[in-house]
Design a protein around this ligand. Sequence first.
Ligand SMILES: [Zn+2]
Length: 100
Amino acid sequence: MRTTWTSHESWAFECLNCSAAWTEELEIRRCADGHGNEAVVYERGGHPCMTPWLDRCCTACQSQNVKALASRPVAHAEVPRARGGEDVAMVFHLRRMHAW
Ligand SMILES: [Zn+2]
């Protein structure tokens, strides 16, 4: 059984060099194959992109000393496509694992 669910999140970033701050909206697609394996795909504007918290570059000063702040659900985030409490529990588990 495969389970896929998508969250739409707004990530806030802050440059530790020049204090610039901005937000980006990302689609986060998670797939579980039912055997404990899992893939996470981040999309921005419909295109796969790097994980939001890695390899960011400040838009103002080009510094890579950028910190990703906590993400904010935009709307209906974390609603699993497959019904069932297990999926919701898994989402909470994932959030804890990644310290979101
Ligand atoms: Zn900067």
